[in-house]
Design a protein. Sequence first.
Length: 402
Amino acid sequence: MVAPLRGIRVLDLTHGVAGPYCTMTLGDLGAEIIKIEKPGRGDPTRAMNGSERFIDKIPEVGGDYFLAINRNKRSIGLNLKNEAGKDVCKDLARNADVVVQNFRPGVLKRLGLGYEELRQINPKIIVANISAYGDGALADKPGMDVAVQARSGVMRLTGAIDSKEPVKPAVSLADFGGGIFLAAGVLAALYEREKMGVGREVDVSLIDATMSMLSNYAVMVMDGHLDLKPLGSGHPQLVPYQAFPTSDGHVVISAGTNRIFRDVCAAVGLPELGEDPRFVSNQDRVRNRDVLIGLLSDVLVRRTTRDWIRLFEIHDVPCAPVNDMKTAFEQLQQNSPGMIQTVAHSSGGDLHLLGTVFRFDGEREPVYRAPPMLAQHTEEILAEVLGYETQRIERLKECAAI
């Protein structure tokens, strides 16, 4: 299978999570990704690590976070504060289709590597920028995923009922959401360039991306004037739609329609609840949430999760156990062959990486390159992509450009 973006070259000036996740997604779609890293230190995400296995291989191999979001890339060590290093970057941009960067607004421009400068070198270049807060009132503020989640209100919506403790969701919502939105913007710009023959600058901020993922609350809060509070696993606009304790764990029920709610009632042996005036419509159930959740909880706690899953599936009710991560990955391998792939790393050993979520004509593109060692491909890229000769490469080393 030929991946859709095969032949597209992306110059990756990103670090952290959102930018690298964007470029990894483009790499999953077949683009060639050249990752520029600071010599000797590399992407700061190389130091993000929770397990013992990789702790003594930082930064060269990188920690488990870096390894998880940097597949299908080559790494070049390049000093962008060095004039010769900047020249190399410009040569790479001249030979690239897309540049992705996530420095604070204005940094690349001050380095002489902003969109206007790169467009003079390559009129068809697409420059994609991602930052915490864009170019508005907060533009000069430092920001990472947790800070954006805090400003977005997500951390006030997440947590146990009646809790006043802010809780960060386990997923890097702002970073991954921002990265995916930026990838979508790059794809749109590539499509436009195919038709019009010109490049484009694309901007996404983490705060805009995160707030966009809260769209279902916008009208409720700004026009309905509802003061949203944490609901545990519940949903403010849909009931029942949450996790319930069972005798040995939890089961999630998602009654998205009135028919499904009646099926839930039949499955738990309380068919009369489906006709109860307090619960007939979703609006009624939202209004009488506490009463309904209490009635269901009293029944569901009497049997095991497996028993309830069997009964709900007989009644065609969307349901699920609440898995731990080990179980989730095991079930993913069973449900989605190819989503977990074993990749040989030259120094890190075999890695189990998540594959691309995209399938074209029923086929999933394999992970074709392990996450790179720090500056692993510097000389290879300079020679193959730019045609630099050995003597020129040695001079770049001597002046600390690479």
